[in-house]
Design a protein around this ligand. Structure first.
Ligand SMILES: CSC[C@H]1O[C@H](OP(=O)(O)O)[C@H](O)[C@@H]1O
Length: 383
């Protein structure tokens, strides 16, 4: 009998977040983004009228998260085409904006391929084809999110038939990274709606605090029973037996099943292994990159020192118009302090219990699991 766990929140019917949309006002097409550097204090929208503005938004994490980066890249190509900018050059700028999430390049290429295929029918037709490809990717990602949520909950229920799941998550993997309700967070949300989420442990996720600022924000909006913790406190939760499973997202999954995700994911995988807790990655097949053979081949984005040497203010000062995020925060380390600030780390396949995709749940530990995932991914990628 699955235990029913009280819903903490008052209203858990989620108000879908206006994360990203395409608009065509009289003075020209725009991409409208919810500025995630301003959350949770302010819900502010960025109206991007050109690709450099989109690139700044991507690099400052005003828009972020692998699946949403892919969708943004595709709309960026459509924006360049709609406004008569150099589409090939714009695609290159978008694709190079951040190196680790494979989805960004995938989304750019989806729209660029559509544009090129229609080019012979004139600019207007080519621009329309790029926009249609972006909208189709947006829709497909929303569908993939719902399917991952169902597969992920079924997997948790299979592991723990009594329900009452206590899940630890890292960074942010909700609607703010997706065309739908997210990846790993969508599984926790699905468990909550089914009355089978006992606790969502939320890593704050230094240095940019995607957990404290964004996952806590999404959990509160949806009425989830969540508790925030410093990244350093995760180990003691495992030791206390308070974690049934780790659920995280991914930015790139290599052909051998190695997983690049927000820095701090690899230590969680080691803790999970030591404490015999399932370490579950939730990602659409668009995050699987058959072209990257293994974890060592994944380029890990290195970010600026000031993200480490300053305490992010209650809100990050939006980078719109600047070269990168500048915090309204308080400096902690002495001026001139050097900092090591990789945005991601790589978890080897032997530490990954399962990969939940919209195609189903696969285990990279069995080599054929990865081959199967990649074969499906190739089919999805090739359309
Ligand atoms: C499932 S996409 C979310 C993924 O993206 C985050 O990185 P960032 O906030 O730098 O875009 C993090 O790796 C999440 O797991």
């Amino acid at each position: 009998m699955a235990d029913q766990y009280a819903r903490d929140g008052v209203d858990d019917s989620p108000r879908m977040l206006p994360v990203l949309r395409w608009e065509e006002p009289p003075d020209g097409a725009v991409v409208v983004l919810l500025d995630q550097t301003r959350l949770p204090a302010d819900e502010v929208e960025l109206v991007c009228t050109d690709v450099p503005a989109l690139v700044r938004a991507i690099q400052s994490l005003a828009v972020r998260g692998a699946p949403l980066l892919g969708i943004t890249g595709a709309y960026g190509v459509a924006l360049a085409a709609a406004r008569g900018y150099d589409v090939e050059e714009s695609a290159g700028l978008l694709e190079r904006a951040r190196p680790t999430a494979v989805n960004l390049g995938y989304g750019v290429r989806r729209a660029l391929d559509a544009y090129r295929a229609a080019a012979g029918r004139g600019e207007a037709e080519a621009a329309a084809a790029a926009l249609m490809a972006a909208k189709e990717l947006h829709r497909q990602d929303a569908e993939a999110s719902a399917r991952m949520a169902a597969h992920g909950l079924a997997f948790l229920d299979g592991l723990f038939p009594g329900g009452g799941h206590r899940v630890l998550t890292h960074c942010n993997t909700g609607a703010l990274v997706s065309g739908g309700e997210g990846t790993a967070f969508a599984v926790a949300l699905s468990a909550h709606r089914a009355g089978r989420l006992r606790r969502l442990w939320v890593d704050e996720t230094r240095p940019l605090l995607q957990g404290a600022r964004l996952t806590a924000y999404e959990a509160a909006r949806n009425g989830l029973p969540y508790t925030l913790l410093t990244d350093n406190a995760a180990g003691s939760l495992f030791a206390a037996g308070e974690v049934d499973a780790v659920l995280i997202g991914a930015d790139r999954i290599a052909a051998d099943g190695a997983v690049a995700n927000k820095v701090g994911s690899y230590p969680l995988a080691v803790l999970a292994k030591y404490h015999r807790v399932p370490f579950v990655v939730v990602a659409p097949t668009t995050t699987i990159d058959p072209g990257t053979p293994d974890g060592a081949s994944i380029v890990v984005e290195q970010r600026s020192a000031d993200e480490v040497t300053e305490l992010a203010a209650p809100v990050l000062v939006s980078a719109a118009g600047q070269d990168g995020p500048s915090f309204g925060g308080r400096r902690t380390a002495p001026l001139g302090t050097q900092a090591y600030n990789p945005a991601f780390d790589v978890t080897p396949p032997e530490l990954v219990t399962a990969i939940v995709t919209e195609e189903g749940v696969l285990s990279p530990v069995t080599r054929e699991g990865v081959t199967e995932v990649c074969a499906k991914a190739r089919r999805v990628v090739s359309g």
